[in-house]
Ligand binder design. Structure first.
Ligand code: ZN
Length: 169
């Protein structure tokens, strides 16, 4: 991927990676974990992070807003349960859960979109995009069982199995 960016390694974050916007007009900054030592994995992970930039995810706060709204509704639910009625509290708690799950679903969709754009970008650069991306995901520590058995609905990340299956199509 030839998008200009600043790349740095953080030995503290293992196999994680993240990205943020440089100041106005500056290049995206990508930080990758020190445990990503394989060049193919690094390429796949950097391409995924740059795809988040290309797709505007680093400046789109919709998912965060839903999660913030969930926290506000949860607080209101507790207050309502004690001061108004249990029913009002339960309704507010249900709204909080809905808002939270919506935020996580938006985030999961963004991850799958970033995987696809990254694979396409690597392909365009003459590499096997899906192959590199799938290999990087396959080398990641497996998802915990509770995530695989439905807990993913609470997570902002799709399961590795879903991400690899999408890339394999
Ligand atoms: Zn991502």
């Amino acid at each position: 991927m030839d998008t200009a960016h600043v790349l740095a390694t953080d030995p503290e974050i293992g196999r994680d990676a993240y990205t943020y916007h440089g100041h106005q007009g500056r290049m995206p900054v990508v930080i990758i974990g020190g445990d990503l030592s394989d060049p193919g994995e690094r390429r796949a992970v950097v391409a995924h992070e740059l795809a988040h930039h290309e797709l505007g995810h680093t400046t789109d706060h919709t998912a965060s807003r839903f999660r913030e709204a969930a926290m506000v509704a949860l607080g209101a639910a507790v207050v309502a349960a004690f001061t108004a009625s249990l029913l009002a509290g339960l309704l507010l708690a249900a709204s909080a859960a809905t808002a939270y799950l919506t935020g996580q679903a938006i985030h999961r969709a963004q991850e799958l979109d970033a995987d696809q754009v990254a694979a396409d970008a690597l392909d365009a650069a003459g590499m096997d995009g899906p192959g590199l991306s799938i290999a990087a995901l396959a080398a990641a520590p497996p998802d915990p069982r509770w995530i695989r058995w439905g807990g993913w609905v609470l997570s902002g990340h799709p399961t590795l199995r879903v991400r690899m299956a999408r890339l394999a199509r």
